[in-house]
Design a protein around this ligand. Structure first.
Ligand code: APR
Length: 320
């Protein structure tokens, strides 16, 4: 059987890391597309040349021509600009919306059967626009945010409790912004919910609250340290986890920015919710019940995303 074809739209910091991870994990042949001439070609060749030492097979191609992504099985989109210190993800909206239009048209023309994972920020609005511009079915277009935000939450919790990150499960719902909702009730250490761990005296409510806030600010913390761009190792790893779930029909239950048609009370928009990813793309949005306090936070987050979607419609009337 031929190897799956993975198209990476955007060959910057995240794009390059995606290609390297896809190579090491032997997920398929990789095509890197970018408007910058030489960048995707150089990165693809560099990664191919790491193959003999690492011991992977696969073909790696860089291109500036959308025709080369023809019939890709998976497209991962990072095209656009990242934020700099002092910027919020929302500040990127105007520039990146135009990028989503050209990317959507490229995917529509050349890879209409792909599973599309969007990473470009502001994430929830960009994946919504990308689905509209590409015209692909909503279950085949998804945004990567929840896996990353949950990974950050899991990392901070594992340090606090002094246990392996593998034994920490955590859920972050809502929009990928300041209003995201790290769910304390649905997050566990070795299966023990976080509120129980506070009751047991293993940590304090104050420490837990600080971890929740650090999770919300996780992206900004890295932007502040790097100064020249935003995070790329963990975002790329998170998207590869989603791509692998699709390619291997793993039926993973992962929080993603998925199209909601009434689930969790959200209608006709993309926001971070628990999903099941398998060969059918987003096979299910898991309609979990939120308590009153969680619902208030989630609704606030949904409202923030709605505001961004309205701003997109204002900039590009074809989306209205
Ligand atoms: N089509 C294709 N590629 C484009 C386009 C376009 N219209 N516009 C810009 N690009 C490319 C740039 O040439 C660059 O190589 O997108 C790439 C973006 O890479 P970086 O600037 O390194 O950004 P990165 O850190 O990879 O983040 C990309 O993901 O997490 C989000 O906020 C982040 O929106 C940003 C995106």
């Amino acid at each position: 059987m031929a190897r799956p074809k993975i198209a990476l739209i955007g060959a910057g910091q995240i794009g390059g890391t995606l290609a390297h991870l896809a190579a090491i994990k032997e997920l398929g042949d990789v095509v890197m597309f970018d408007i910058s001439e030489g960048t995707p070609q150089g990165k693809a060749l560099d990664i191919a040349e790491s193959g003999p030492s690492e011991g992977f097979d696969g073909s790696f191609k860089g291109t500036n021509d959308y025709a080369d992504i023809a019939d890709a099985d998976v497209c991962i989109v990072t095209a656009g600009v990242p934020r700099k210190p002092g910027m919020s993800r929302d500040d990127l909206l105007g520039i990146n919306l135009k990028v989503m239009k050209s990317v959507g048209e490229g995917i529509k023309a050349h890879a209409p059967n792909a599973f599309v994972i969007c990473i470009t920020n502001p994430l929830d609005a960009m994946v919504w626009a990308l689905q509209k511009f590409s015209g692909l079915p909503a279950n085949k277009v998804v945004g990567m945010a929840g896996v990353l935000d949950s990974a950050r939450f899991r990392h901070f919790l594992s340090v606090e409790f002094g246990v392996s990150m593998r034994d920490v499960t955590a859920f972050v719902l809502g929009g990928h912004g300041d209003t995201m909702v790290p769910s304390v009730r649905y997050s566990t250490v070795g299966g023990i919910p976080l509120p129980d761990l506070v009751e047991m005296g293993w940590t304090s409510q104050e420490k837990l609250d600080a971890i929740v806030q650090r999770t919300r600010d996780g992206g900004a913390e890295i932007v502040g340290l790097l100064k020249t761009g935003s995070a790329f190792y963990a975002p790329a790893t998170s998207a590869i986890e989603m791509a692998e779930a699709y390619l291997k029909d793993q039926k993973r239950l992962l929080p993603c920015a998925a199209y909601c048609d009434g689930e969790l009370g959200v209608k006709d928009m993309y926001v971070g919710v628990p999903t099941i990813i398998g060969a059918g793309g987003i096979e299910k949005v898991v309609d979990i019940k939120l308590n009153k306090e969680e619902q208030v936070m989630f609704d606030k987050s949904v409202d923030a995303v709605k505001g961004l979607v309205e701003a997109c419609k204002g900039i590009d009337p074809s989306l209205a």
